[in-house]
Design a protein around this ligand. Sequence first.
Ligand SMILES: [Zn+2]
Ligand SMILES: [Zn+2]
Length: 327
Amino acid sequence: MDIQVIWSKIQKGYVDTIQEEVAVQFDNFQQTPLGFRWRGDHCEVLKLLLVFKSPEGYLQYLTITDKGVFCLALERDRKDLSLCKSRWILKYRVKEDAAPKITGKGALLKETPQKTYLHLQGICKLEMVPLLLSNVAYYHGHLCPELAIGYRAAMLACRELGLSRKNALDFFILAENITSAIEALQLVTGCTIGNQNFFAYDLGKHVYYFGRFASEDEPQNVLRVALINLVVDLSHKSEVEERILAGQPSAAELKDYHKAVNDAVEVILNLSEEELFSITRISLRPPRVAARKDYTKCSCCGEVVTVEKSIPKDGQFLCQVCMAKAV
Ligand SMILES: [Zn+2]
Ligand SMILES: [Zn+2]
């Protein structure tokens, strides 16, 4: 079945509703379901067709399996909590027989996705964003211009340097801001703060350095990507932003604000790299990182602290907080 036929059937309700909890094998690396058990059968996912958000905000995965086309949803007990129990619900199976005819209007997906896209149903004008960016947005909590900038910079670096989540430990990234962009950079590249190969200094600039660690402590050739387009600037919406933060925007204001955000994201995704960034190579010494950590206990507060970050005193160790209090 072709994606347009499938989507048309879904739009027409030509599905068998299931609504049962199932066990799903999920590939965290690719962010895609691999298979699930349903009524004693293993259904193997052959292709992920679409990821889209339900009106309640849950991610739904439309998959072709060896047992038919199914829609899986990852539902959470409470939407407002990020750390709460989630479960997979098998929503429905698309009927296989008698495909309804696709008329001009029924052909909703003009663009048959070669890649997989997120379909943000009814949320905004911006209908399609790449799957990877949609995963980043899901992790971050929303889609915003800075997130899209981080995504574009990360994709550029991955292509230019052969950087990927698989070889991320060979690379490092330095960022000159602490904004939503660094979420996208970490998730796309696999260089993360926790892995000690992502470093962020807030100089308020969307400037990023991408380089490889080297065995010798010499300056290395590093890719420098700097945003030169003001497309992230939403200062013309600052009044509405304040009202949103104060929790008192009107529905019209909210709609208008979301439109401005989505328009900016759309522009960012469509501009060429040269229109967005200044891309240069510079020479830079890779940051040094400690391979492993030794721990000790602070002799004052009794809390566990790394030896590296503690201060030796009278043959014992003090954490920096206790040290500061003692002075
Ligand atoms: Zn954001
Ligand atoms: Zn202490």
